[in-house]
Design a protein around this ligand. Sequence first.
Ligand SMILES: NC(=O)c1ccc[n+]([C@@H]2O[C@H](COP(=O)([O-])OP(=O)(O)OC[C@H]3O[C@@H](n4cnc5c(N)ncnc54)[C@H](O)[C@@H]3O)[C@@H](O)[C@H]2O)c1
Length: 130
Amino acid sequence: MNRLRPALCIRGGCSYIRLEGKVAIITGAASGIGEATAKVFVENGAFVVVADIQEELGLKVVASIGGPDHKAIYKKCDVTVEKQVEETVAFAIEKYGTLDIMYSNAGIMGPIESILDMDIWKRFSTVPWQ
Ligand SMILES: NC(=O)c1ccc[n+]([C@@H]2O[C@H](COP(=O)([O-])OP(=O)(O)OC[C@H]3O[C@@H](n4cnc5c(N)ncnc54)[C@H](O)[C@@H]3O)[C@@H](O)[C@H]2O)c1
């Protein structure tokens, strides 16, 4: 591979499309960062499984980015349930024949606190020191 080529080419930015034909699962892709990532991946040639607990939103994302080539597909998946993650991987392979990229994006934000409120010792004392 030519190391001088950019890692990811955004539409119109270059002619080399690194994600062409790659198959990706993006968890939490029904909104926010995951949705934006799914869009960029599809624009750059990837097939994307939009994996999320929010079915209605996930289907909307697929409709907006999938296009006639079916480059995106929705799969309901709660990442806290191992069996559903396994099923999602199997689904991707069944649908697209392989799996190249697993983007573990799904998550929820905890409470946002001011650094001034943070009890640093309490937090760090739960983390093993090396
Ligand atoms: N936005 C930020 O400033 C920020 C900062 C630090 C970390 N993050 C992390 O980045 C990721 C994306 O953030 P975002 O702002 O796009 O959030 P978001 O809330 O817009 O999107 C998160 C998506 O994850 C999905 N989701 C939640 N729990 C899930 C589960 N158990 N299984 C499957 N899907 C699930 C939600 O349905 C949602 O579509 C999250 O993990 C978040 O914690 C975000």
